[in-house]
Design a protein around this ligand. Structure first.
Ligand code: SF4
Length: 355
């Protein structure tokens, strides 16, 4: 790998510091805009940057961009892209279009990856089976959005509207790069997306949730719950076996987060047949989530071969919803998309690489 500085991984502050050792700081802002607003990936295209700075950048910096390796489109219009990293590892990113009857897009959501593989080892998840391989840089995270944005403009004549950090990896275990990527996506000098259109989904790392509150983040936070009972949750999510991240610690952190940020939280709850879809589960879930402003997003599970979980029936789902509604819990249902190309929730696992 190149020994040059990866300019795409530099935060705005780091770029300022680097550029200002030889040029005025406003030149760093110009470079930042070329990188994250215009999306250029060559220094020669930075036409308002003086030649002396461009020469220095060429000499000392490189673009560790993603390389598109494969693209697949599902019958429902969901597009899954496979990207190669400089290290030879691969990640997957998904574009989920919500289309109006006339074929134009009402919403274009990108599901980005934040790590290669994942260390959290959730029993129902294909990515978890890969184990952890490496963190992505902020540049590699934003590049997923920039590349998909170009695709969205070509296919739907519309920009990406929403971003969810629900692809491969646990975003809060790559905290600095994830927050820097969101800065690049939301900054007036970057893509200028509204923070309320970005959702970071976590397995529930209590300490990091408190840190998000202390850092006064403005994006949405979703927490994967999947069971309101410690024993059951621990059996499918190893993170719950530790005292610092069990349900009690998690709920305390969430209460801290919602009261500090004045933002509600979303609980993700994957419905597994015969495991967490009974009325007793629904009642306990309601009791738990009512402790802080929140809504529950029920996810219809996409079975992953060999993992032994099945999706709940429609009747179970409806009874579960009725129980939550009776308990005055706000509830939505997500029917995953792109199942025929393994692009749905929990199915990303880079099948076609040999590494
Ligand atoms: S569900 Fe999320 S946190 Fe759990 S193993 Fe999969 S990618 Fe990691």
């Amino acid at each position: 790998m190149s020994r040059k500085i990866d300019i795409l991984s530099l935060s705005h502050d780091a770029l300022n510091e680097y550029v200002s050792s030889t040029h005025p700081t406003f030149r760093a802002n110009q470079v930042y805009r070329w990188l994250w607003k215009q999306g250029v990936r060559s220094f020669d295209e930075m036409t308002n940057v003086p030649e002396s700075l461009r020469d220095r950048l060429k000499e000392e910096c490189a673009f560790n961009s993603l390389e598109l390796a494969q693209s697949q489109t599902a019958s429902d219009g969901t597009i899954k892209l496979l990207f190669a990293l400089r290290t030879g590892q691969h990640i997957e990113t998904v574009l989920i279009p919500d289309l109006k009857p006339d074929g134009t897009a009402s919403r274009l959501t990108v599901c980005v990856s934040s790590q290669v593989g994942c260390a959290m080892d959730c029993a129902f998840c294909a990515t978890g089976q890969m184990g952890f391989r490496q963190n992505l840089t902020s540049g590699e995270i934003v590049d997923q959005v920039l590349i998909i944005n170009k695709l969205a403009l070509e296919r739907y004549d519309s920009r990406v509207t929403n971003i969810v950090y629900m692809g491969m990896g646990e975003p809060l275990l790559n905290y600095d790069a994830v927050l820097d990527s969101i800065e690049k996506l939301t900054s007036p000098e970057g893509m200028e997306l509204a923070a309320r259109r970005i959702t970071v989904s976590t397995v529930g790392l209590a300490g990091r949730i408190r840190q998000l509150a202390d850092d006064e983040t403005r994006f949405n936070l979703a927490v994967s719950l999947h069971s309101p009972f410690d024993e059951k949750r621990s059996s499918i999510m190893p993170v719950n076996r530790k005292a610092k991240t069990d349900l009690k610690s998690l709920m305390q952190a969430i209460q801290y987060y919602t009261s500090s940020t004045k933002k509600a939280i979303t609980y993700e709850y994957c419905m597994f047949e015969g495991f967490n879809d009974s009325i007793a589960d629904a009642r306990e879930l309601a009791r738990l989530v009512k402790r802080a402003p929140s809504k529950v997003n029920l996810i219809m599970y996409n079975p992953v071969e060999g993992l032994g979980f099945q999706r709940s029936s429609e009747k179970c789902l409806n009874d579960f919803i009725s129980c939550l509604v009776r308990e005055r819990v706000t509830v939505t249902v997500r029917r995953s998309r792109g199942q025929d190309i393994d692009a749905a929730c929990g199915q990303l696992a880079v099948k076609n690489t040999t590494d």
